[in-house]
Write a protein of this length. Structure first.
Length: 657
């Protein structure tokens, strides 16, 4: 007995979408055999995913002390375009499997698990493939069976949890939700065939192992922390009696001529599933925040849970810690109220007392208050006292993090750059001005004169002879591109210009004359060349997208024509996505290749900054930058769905390189 589950035929909307030749269709098909409901996946007449004895519906369950076993659903219900399998009871667990056709090329599946009594378990969502091709994770092709984790202690790691196969100009893949929604347990299996298998696991059933962030101690190897964080991680999901947890995955299809296109198709599929799909740029940046979200499972030194249900990590290599800066930008970029509130609650005093974290906390608290939230007044007061303690004549002199490897370091976001104790880095000053405005809005005793002194101090840092803002007062010979993003943030939040038009536009023009072929160097000599000993990577002359973008955005505020701002942003984004459809930690300005973490947290803030500044400048309508990047990549948006156009995909991928 065979029934076709084609939800897209239920509405005229999906019927019209199917008419486009560029769409690679994908549907779930129900097959009933011997009283068991099985699920296959087809693209037109092509069988993509087989139903197997090991996983008839694509779901396998493992309980402690037992082997992996198929979940065999016996009942099904179809209504309102949704197929529901189950409930199926296995021991203390009740499982329900819901399958929804989101677009003609995207199937969403959600497993709901409820525990009658406390229970540990883990689940595999598998897709046993009926076709062969190039198997891959997000980062690249995979030649042998490999299990990838989304936590930095794992031997093989991926930030974007996707497994896929590319065959005959098409890609078929399986995407997981954010690890933050799965208690930080999310693994990706890529097993090339034939027969091939791709799968997502909610945990690998491993025994407990420690996750630790080590305190910075002088003379010892440590991390960017003033106290220890620890947690015992294992490979199991755990439910209390009566608790329910839901796990969502997506199966997708798209045209794809190469791995770049497959990566881009992955971004578009998730964005269509989540509904943040006005453009490819929005899709990539919000996906980045989504996959850097983590459950805040860390304990303090007294083994007590920390506040805040969620946090945002900067990149997978940094582990489960959240800088205020990165948490702020990732939260604003994701634009999910619950995640914003909870990641803000996860901040604690020892994360604020260095670099620009206290300034960011005050600005974030002001935005939370505007949105109807209740800021943590204790932390607001501590952040304010900290920045005023380290202010002299309006200038902010950040102390190093106690225990930092070099007492002259860990003073700015670009932490390994060195500054004497009596030197004021320019990059922090824009945030300092904004933080004082935020503190006044939060009811603290900040006067107009306090803000005026800080603004005057910021303007005094300009190197008029060189025509640029330098890295610090005592190092005027070095041109720096992290010097304007505080002014950009302050304008976005408070609508106030901190610098003169002449200063900003002069810095912009100087920087454009001397920039590298691969973006603005975060620090360089005045002529744009690398400082002696610098590599062109990371803080040593790398190009950081948010710095560059903020420079262009604030130049537009100070009078640079909008068309020129857009052109600069478009060119810089094309450089950013040249090798991967991803925004990176930085770009090597010698080779042009991405460096550090791919899918890096703070870049997500660009989308929010861009929207906020366009609104303040009364720039309405679709964002021309997003439209230009879509055209560059061969991405089109029709009837609320982003897709990769097969006629353009080859050309778009080539031009992206």
């Amino acid at each position: 007995m065979r029934s076709w589950f084609i939800v897209c035929l239920f509405t005229l909307h999906f019927t019209r979408l199917l008419a486009f030749a560029e769409t690679v269709p994908l549907r779930a098909t129900v097959v009933e055999k011997d009283g068991v409901v099985a699920v296959e996946y087809r693209s037109g007449d092509t069988l993509v995913g087989r139903s197997t004895e090991a996983a008839p519906a694509g779901v396998e369950l493992k309980l402690p002390g037992a082997e992996w076993a198929a979940v065999r659903f016996k009942t099904k219900t179809e209504r309102a375009g949704v197929l529901e399998l189950g409930p199926q009871i296995i021991g203390a667990l009740t499982l329900r499997w819901r399958i929804t056709q989101k677009t003609p090329s995207l199937v969403e599946r959600t497993l709901e698990v409820t525990a009658a009594t406390p229970q540990r378990f883990t689940v595999t969502f598998s897709l046993d493939l009926a076709l062969d091709g190039e198997f891959a994770s997000f980062s690249g092709p995979v030649k042998a069976r490999t299990l990838f984790g989304t936590e930095r202690s794992r031997p093989k790691r991926e930030t974007f949890p996707v497994a896929m196969v590319r065959s005959a100009g098409r890609v078929f893949g399986l995407i997981a939700e954010s690890p933050g929604l799965w208690e930080n347990r999310c693994d990706v299996l890529v097993a090339p065939g034939p027969p091939g298998r791709i799968a997502i696991l909610t945990g690998d059933a491993s025994e407990p192992y420690p996750i630790t962030i080590r305190k910075s101690v002088p003379g010892q190897t440590g991390e960017d922390a003033r106290d220890h964080y620890q947690y015992q991680m294992d490979g199991w999901q755990s439910l209390a009696a009566g608790e329910t947890r839901r796990f969502t995955t997506w199966v997708f299809a798209s045209p794809a001529r190469n791995h770049y296109d497959a990566q881009l198709a992955t971004h578009l599929a998730l964005a269509n599933g989540k509904g943040w799909n006005n453009s490819a740029v929005e899709a990539i940046l919000r996906n980045t925040s989504f996959y850097l979200l983590r459950r805040n499972l860390m304990l303090d030194e007294k083994n007590q849970p920390r506040d805040g249900r969620y946090l945002f990590i900067s990149g997978i290599s940094y582990g489960w810690k959240q800088w205020v800066t990165d948490g702020f930008y990732a939260a604003m970029g994701l634009d999910d109220p619950e995640k914003t509130i909870e990641s803000n609650r996860a901040i604690f005093a020892n994360r604020m007392g260095y670099e620009d974290n206290s300034q960011y906390y005050l600005i974030w608290a002001a935005l939370m208050k505007r949105a109807g939230g209740i800021p943590n007044q204790t932390l607001v007061n501590e952040a304010y006292q900290f920045i005023r303690k380290h202010e002299t004549n309006g200038l902010y002199y950040p102390p190093p993090l106690p225990g930092s490897p070099n007492p002259r370091g860990w003073k700015t976001y670009h932490d390994v750059l060195l500054y004497d104790h009596d030197d004021a880095p320019v990059s922090n000053q824009g945030f300092h001005c904004g933080a004082l405005m935020a503190a006044r809005e939060l009811g603290l005793a900040v006067t107009d004169d306090d803000i005026a002194r800080a603004v005057a101090g910021y303007r005094s840092m300009f190197n008029a002879k060189g025509g640029y803002f330098p890295t610090s007062i005592k190092q005027p010979q070095f041109l720096a591109q992290d010097t304007l993003y505080g002014a950009t943030l302050t304008y976005a939040v408070f609508g106030r210009k901190l610098l003169t038009d002449e200063q900003v536009l002069t810095h912009y023009r100087t920087s454009e004359k001397v920039k590298s072929p691969y973006g603005l160097r975060v620090i360089s000599q005045a002529d744009g060349s690398l400082r002696p000993g610098d590599s062109g990577q990371y803080c040593f002359g790398g190009s950081w997208f948010l710095n560059d973008a903020a420079n262009y955005l604030i130049a537009g505020v100070h009078g640079l024509p909008a068309a020129e701002v857009d052109a600069r942003l478009i060119k810089r984004i094309k450089l950013e996505i040249r090798h991967n459809p991803a925004f990176n930690e930085d770009i090597d300005t010698v080779t042009g290749k991405p460096h550090g973490n791919i899918l890096y947290s703070w870049n997500s803030g660009y989308r929010w900054l861009r929207e906020a500044i366009r609104k303040r400048l009364n720039q309405t309508g679709p964002d021309p930058v997003g439209a230009a990047i879509d055209a560059h990549l061969g991405v089109v948006r029709e009837n609320g769905v982003l897709r990769l156009e097969s006629k353009q995909v080859e050309q778009g991928a080539k031009s992206a390189r």
